[in-house]
Structure formats: C-alpha cells, structure tokens
Design a protein around this ligand. Sequence first.
Ligand code: KG4
Ligand code: ZN
Length: 336
Amino acid sequence: DKEIILMAIETSCDETSVAIVKNGREVLSNQIYSQIDIHQQFGGVVPEVASRNHLEKIPHIIEAALEESKVSYEDLDGIAVTYGPGLVGALLVGLSTAKAIAYGLHIPLIGVHHIDGHIAANYIEDPHLEPPFVCLVASGGHSHLVYVKDYGEYEVLGRTRDDAAGEAFDKIARALKLGYPGGPLIDQKAKEGNSHAIEFPRSYLEGDSYDFSFSGLKSSVLNYLNSCKMKGKEIVVEDVAASFQQAVVEVLANKTIKAALEKKVDKVCLAGGVAANSALRRAMKDLAGKNGLELGYPSPILCTDNAAMIGAAGYYQYRQGNLKDLYLNAVPNLPL
Ligand code: KG4
Ligand code: ZN
C-alpha cells in the first residue's frame, strides 16, 4: 500500500492546531497553539476573539507543522479539516485555509466531524485498536456515549440533555473561584479532598436511558455553596471539588460500562477533554477490569482539542472515498 500523508486543521474552539499524519496513526507533527491565556481574563471563550486569533496564528502553525514533520506541500495526499460542530467564525478560519490549500495543490478536501476526531484519537494512542467498541466522548461542548460499529460509523446511544460534562466542571470551578478551564483545576484540588464529604445527587434519568444530565448536580453544588455562605459555614474547596467530581465520574463510568455490556463489545474507550480526568480514568480502569473489558484512552494532549485526531479520522474517510468539494461550509451544530 502507498503511504498516505494528510495535513489536518482544527480550529473549532480555542485551539489553533495543524498536524501532519501518516497512514492515519503515525503523527509526524501535532502543533497546538492554545488561546487559553487570552480567554482566561473573560472566564470563558469569546467567539470573536477566538476567530481573530485563529486567523493571526494559522499561517505560522502550518509552517511549524511542515518544518517539524519534514514534509513539504508536494508530499501531501489530502487535507482534512474540522467543519463542525463548533464556533462558526472559528471553524471558518480553518475551513477556508484548508480549501485554499486543497485548491492550490489539487489535492482532496476531507471534512471531519469534531467528535469523529475525538474518537479517532484512540487510534493514534493504540495502533492496534479496531472497531467495534463503545466510546465515551466527554468534552467542554459534548457528552456522547457512542457505539463505534466501524471506522466513522456510529450509533449515538446517549447524549447530555443539558450541560456537557466539561461545561459542568468549568461552571463549578468558576463558582469555587479556581479559574478557567476548570476541569484540570478541579482534578488537582480533588486529589487533596474527600469525595464522600458531601452527598451530591447522581442523575441516571429513566432506568434504561444512556442520556446524561448535569444541571441538577450543578444546582445542588451551587445551593450547597450558597447555604454555607448564609450559615457562615467554612467551605472546604478540596472536598467540594472531590465530591462533585465523584458524582460526575460515577454516572459517566457506570453508563459507559452498561452500554458496552449491552452491545457485547470487549473494548471501551474514552475521548475528549474530560477523558484526561484522573478520577474518571481510575473509575473506568476499575469497572472495566471487573467486567473483563479492555480500556483505552488517549494521552492528555490527544484528549483535548488537537489536529492529529482530525488527521486520524480524515484518513479513514479518505480511504472510503468520502471527500468534499470546495462548496463545503462550516456547520456549527453538525450532527454525528
Ligand atoms: O475536548 P476539549 O479540549 O474541547 C471541546 O471540544 O470542548 O475539552 C475541553 C474540556 C473543558 O471543559 C475542560 O475543563 C475539560 O475538557 N477538561 C477536564 C480535564 N482536562 C480538561 N475535565 C476534567 N478533568 C480534567 N483533567
Ligand atoms: Zn473537542
């Protein structure tokens, strides 16, 4: 088989990332410029600011990726790009750039769904991983429980009905005045706290549902903080962080394992920013082990937004001949 070298671009939120990926699994470069420092002062991502920064940075990130990978434009077999879901202005920067390169070099354009990318990060991490498996995708924008039947072929078993898991982490971190993004900060604080200190609710919804809901938990934590303040009771941030995290992790892990058993797969995977959470990884290891399931998760840098994962997902579409033309538009709410 001929070697396939793809350039991949990801600009759906606040990371400007360009990667060079060989045969879908070998990352020759994965350049990531994070705008976190810029958005931190606002306590969250400001869409217009994100677009402007993508535009400023992307030419330099492309150069850096080509230089690190020692790949030149002539070596590229195609260009993969995230075209949704995400912030429309941010997506358009990556998409327009990808179209220009595809047009200029006469190479195929591959449109990638952002979540398809998150799932495919697992193929990079484990070169032997093959579908079928069940994957929990938990990030700042999404909480999806997905049955991966084949490459790029999905059945969404459940999704969040309100906040995404990462969004809940970010909101509680803000209430605890820990900063942004909140996930990693809560993860850190929780290590010094007692996860049984406060009984927060676990929302499983109707008996057999694989959907998630985190808004009740969020309200319960906020109510707890308010009542402490009113009663003049001391707030132990570490205990609140650990107890909240435990409530999120238990539901995510239990539903993922239940789905894997129902679908009769022998592997489960994690994906998305929240997959970097140390308590979630621990809970999943424990439960997967007890149920005889194999567990995979990407290293933290491949969990949060990056272009290498888009190159991995794009490779399988390229092989299936699933290409796009230059009329491809950004789709902010693209369904999986
Ligand atoms: O996948 P990602 O980079 O962007 C989206 O597509 O949304 O995910 C970012 C989210 C943020 O909400 C962040 O707080 C969360 O992932 N996150 C974590 C951890 N690291 C990142 N949540 C919990 N624990 C972590 N260690
Ligand atoms: Zn993401």
